[in-house]
Design a binder for this molecule. Sequence first.
Ligand code: PLP
Length: 391
Amino acid sequence: MLHLASGMGRLGTESAFEVLARAKALEAQGKSIISLSIGQPDFQTPGHIVEAAIKALKDGHHGYTPANGIPQVREAVAADLHRRHGVTVDPANVLIVPGGKVTMYFAIAMFGEPGAEIIYPNPGFPIYESAIKFTGATPVPLPLLEENGFGFKAEDVLSRITPKTRLIIINSPANPTGGICVKAEIDKLVAGLEKHPDVAIMSDEIYSEMLYDGNVHTSLLKYPQLADRLIVLDGWSKTYAMTGWRMGYSVWPKSLIEHATRLCINVHSCVNAAAQWAGIAALQGPRTEIDKMMKAFDERRKFVVAELNKLPGVSCITPLGAFYAFPNIKGTGFKSKALEVALLDEAGVASIAGTSFGSYGEGYLRISYANSIENIAEAMKRIGSFLAKRK
Ligand code: PLP
């Protein structure tokens, strides 16, 4: 018998990939499935970014790069952060990683161990809890409730800090709810953290360019008092429709960047060289296609929320960021997982149970509106007929 390390038994997963596989299997049997499950833009990466990767390959960028990324891409990231948030970041503190997830895992691995506590959003991106458990640390959920617009109050975070707390994870705009953190609460949180100087913070800002209705993202980089303990996760996947390129970046405190770079050297050496050149083109190139994509997401957001609210037993608050709606399905009489399974098998609509994002997700479903209005309309029709039959 093989003796697997105990952490393997604690490793969770991201249901989006499992639902995708089940949906593909049903499609292979000839069933029509509309996917509202996967968290990736349904747009192609803009052409000038693709061209930059092709050029990099033709120019001979085929070898390893420095583990932390080529200087040009780290400088481009620092310039972009200045453009977007008005902050000055030293390119030496920027790390290029194969996707935002890698930053997440590195930050959690750096602080997680048996006896340590890590506070994380629930419902939240499932890999936070999975990675925390894998390290043997104790996951401490920060409930994000519908009555608070799925945001948090500073006090909710501060009251969960104990002498064992090593890391706090926050995420705005948020997956799976589309909720955003209000600046006033972030101000209060940062002020309260002064009393806890030994606690690190990871701010997951992967959706920081996806806000609606005039809302503005508040990056934690704007708080210089956090500079010696703040890790910011961001990247190209969502903003530039580049999920398959595996390109992300993070900003680390001076005291941690060497540790983080060493993790890169141990795990993946460096990110694909051509993708790094494409990443520069993305940050420095025209934004017309990005603006078009955001306009389409905004139209779909309004449409899907209006349609969800017409369904029997369903209500949905308007998400202010990302490309997810998180309808309350308690009035349907279904538990989240049962509804996810029934909608896929019986209505041909792929969605994700709220519980896939943590225990506080019971009673909700995640709907990704990264799909055309026509497909979303058809999906809503199918869900409506399914629910009407079950009444
Ligand atoms: N953080 C959040 C909140 C996400 O939703 C995702 C992807 O869905 C990621 C990070 C990971 O992004 P990437 O595809 O760049 O690894």
